[in-house]
Design a protein around this ligand. Structure first.
Ligand SMILES: [Fe+2]
Ligand SMILES: [Fe+2]
Length: 457
């Protein structure tokens, strides 16, 4: 290190500026940690889920009606008042089912990166990430307990039976054999590359990953959370996780991926929080799920601030990233964009996956449940109208997509190492098209209805 007395005036000014900026974001981490520690939102969520009864909440909308499944479709227009309420509750279930899976992923990645930051001496940050991890456990419990009680009340025990062998299920869930010897071989090969490229950072290596290795366990991976969907298959997810736990720059850039999930959630929950406040102002009954969403929104605002500081500022304190590190950070953002943000949904306004394939089977089962009581041909008739023809629901989806896109662009333009395709969010921009969504759905629906016909034979 060069002694500051030997620096030129220009170098001293630049050093003071850098130190000033570093102090500023360390202060923000400390303030966030202190506010998060002193808040009681998690405790409120815990009380709400432990006392939740569907029967006390079933006659109320939990969000604005536009945040309902099938909103704006011809089917919604002809649905009864009680069916519309159920579609509103099913949207809450569906959304938080994904949030719970994504927060399960977060628990692992927080721990993986936390060890790297501890090795760099960021103690307050390490405590904040440990606090977030414990909060996520309460959040997940709340989403599971309320979600399952809701599904059981609306669709009965049948809703939990998953016909794994059905070809219809396999089409819409794209089940893959990821435990094959090839998948393991692929992961080991990728890990070898990462280890070689990052060997100079050995002293920062995540203790969480070290412990997994010593006990011959694999890094957790999923297929249902946002990272599980964006960075699939599992071998690649584990490869990225390994990188995030192996260098300070890459540990901070996991948060450029985590912030995607934070922003996707905020794009929905901000509306629910406003709905909560309007009910509160009018002195009206506030359904427990609405309150859970509101307090979750507040808890998550601390987590979003941390993602923002780590992804946008912290990496500037670390040594300049190598070409390999920049490549991995870019590849993660690019794959996430393509996997979870490159499309519009016909039946769920705040869903941005590349296509609606996974939703078709769920909608088919809802239409055949006691809620709608349709025969198979009737269900297919309505599905064709909802998935394959333009309707108001697509325009609501486009509104959500455009709002999110401009938030993303505002954030990612600050990351100087990003490729233009990421800084400008090109896959998401291209995917925000009603006609493309309809074309994709027509193709999938053809396959889907053929499989229904085969299953019925
Ligand atoms: Fe959460
Ligand atoms: Fe969170």
């Amino acid at each position: 290190m060069v002694a500051s007395t030997h620096l030129t005036t220009e170098q001293k000014q630049s050093l003071t500026l850098t130190q000033g900026k570093e102090r500023k974001h360390l202060k923000l981490i400390e303030t966030t940690y202190s506010s998060n520690t002193n808040s009681d939102y998690t405790e409120k969520i815990e009380h709400l889920y432990k006392t939740f009864k569907y029967s006390n909440n079933c006659n109320h909308y939990w969000t604005e009606p536009e945040q309902s499944m099938l909103y704006g479709t011809p089917l919604y227009a002809s649905a009864s008042a009680s069916q519309r309420l159920a579609l509103n509750h099913l949207h809450w279930f569906g959304m938080y089912n994904v949030v719970a899976a994504s927060e399960t992923e977060t628990i692992a990645y927080n721990q993986i990166t936390n060890g790297v930051f501890s090795a760099c001496g960021y103690d307050t940050l390490a405590r904040e990430l440990a606090l977030e991890t414990s909060q996520e456990r309460y959040h997940i419990n709340a989403f599971h307990k309320i979600g399952y009680a809701t599904m059981k009340a609306l669709l009965g025990q049948e809703a939990f039976k998953v016909p794994l062998k059905s070809k219809l299920y396999q089409l819409t869930n794209q089940a893959k054999d990821e435990s094959s010897p090839f998948a393991l071989y692929q992961y080991n090969a990728l890990r070898f590359i990462a280890k070689t490229m990052l060997k100079s950072y050995k002293k920062y290596y995540s203790p969480y990953l070290k412990e997994l290795e010593e006990t011959y366990k694999l890094i957790p991976a999923s297929t249902t959370g946002l990272i599980g969907r964006g960075l699939s298959p599992k071998a690649w997810q584990r490869f990225f996780a390994f990188n995030w736990g192996a260098s300070p720059f890459l540990a901070s850039q996991y948060y450029a991926v985590r912030i995607m999930a934070n922003m996707v959630l905020k794009n929905t929950e901000h509306g629910i929080s406003k709905y909560f406040k309007s009910l509160e102002k009018k002195g009206e009954y506030i359904p427990a799920p609405t309150a859970v969403s509101h307090y979750h929104f507040l808890d998550e605002s601390f987590h979003s601030t941390i993602s923002l500081v780590l992804a946008r500022d912290l990496y500037k304190n670390f040594p300049q990233p190598t070409a390999y590190e920049k490549f991995i950070a870019n590849l993660a953002v690019y794959k996430m964009q393509c996997g979870i943000l490159s499309g519009l949904s016909a039946t769920v306004p705040d869903r941005y996956y590349a296509d609606d394939t996974a939703l078709m089977y769920f909608v088919y089962r809802i239409l055949q449940s006691s809620l709608f009581g349709m025969s198979s041909p009737e269900a297919l008739h309505w599905m064709e109208k909802c998935f394959c023809q333009e309707h108001e629901g697509f325009h609501v989806a486009l509104k959500y997509n455009q709002r999110l896109l401009s938030e993303f662009r505002r954030f990612y333009e600050n990351l100087d190492y990003l490729w233009p395709v990421n800084r400008e969010m090109r896959p998401m921009t291209l995917g925000g098209s009603i006609s493309k969504a309809i074309q994709k759905n027509i193709k999938t629906f053809k396959q889907f209805s053929k499989l229904v016909a085969d299953d019925n034979e």
